[in-house]
Design a protein around this ligand. Structure first.
Ligand SMILES: [Fe+2]
Ligand SMILES: [Fe+2]
Length: 188
């Protein structure tokens, strides 16, 4: 009797389980996983460039970006697995390694984050089309994260533009950027 009870519990539990990721979404989430790893790679490249320009604070700031992007990638990695999907890693594109200076680099960061935001929005559209509410819900974290990322970059860019990207103000901003540390986001 107890055995029968357990079996029917298992059956009903299965029926209420979130269904597996469909192939289209699995592909799109894997593509976003690759995009997050590319973001990590791009910021690491920027970090290296800034180190050679004696901007060790901004180099640190980019290293923190590198860590954040890896966190984003791992969040998608785990989600694909949790939903019974298959992780399929692809080649990560070679990032740019030369810039004209600090302003040029942060303009690229802004453009890049705007591009990522639109990728996330498209991904939400696909999840909605596929009526996959769990994925829509998971992606809301990324939607909010992109708002934060774009805001912090545009703040920094405003300050850099005010300084014209040079002088003692730049030295102070660099020193401030050195304080940045990676803390895994709460509730993620
Ligand atoms: Fe990201
Ligand atoms: Fe980002």
């Amino acid at each position: 009797m107890a055995f029968k009870g357990l079996l029917s519990y298992e059956l009903s539990n299965k029926q209420t389980q979130t269904k597996m990721l469909n192939k289209r979404l699995e592909g799109e989430l894997n593509a976003q996983l690759n995009a997050e790893l590319y973001s990590a790679y791009l910021y690491l490249s920027m970090s290296g460039y800034l180190a050679t320009k004696n901007l060790s604070g901004f180099s640190n700031w980019m290293k923190v970006q590198f860590e954040e992007e890896q966190f984003h990638a791992m969040k998608l990695f785990q989600y694909i697995i949790d939903r019974g999907g298959r992780v399929e890693l692809a080649i990560i594109d070679k990032p740019q390694s030369e810039w004209k200076g600090i302003l040029d680099i942060f303009e690229d960061v802004q453009a890049h984050e705007e591009k990522v935001s639109s990728m996330i929005n498209n991904l939400v559209d696909v999840a909605m089309q596929e009526k996959d509410h769990a994925t829509v819900n998971m992606l809301q974290w990324f939607v909010a994260e992109q708002v934060e990322e774009e805001a912090s970059v545009s703040d920094l860019l405003d300050q850099l533009r005010l300084l014209g990207g040079q002088g003692s103000g730049l030295f102070l901003l660099d020193r401030e950027a050195k304080q940045r540390v990676f803390t895994p986001p709460a509730g993620a």
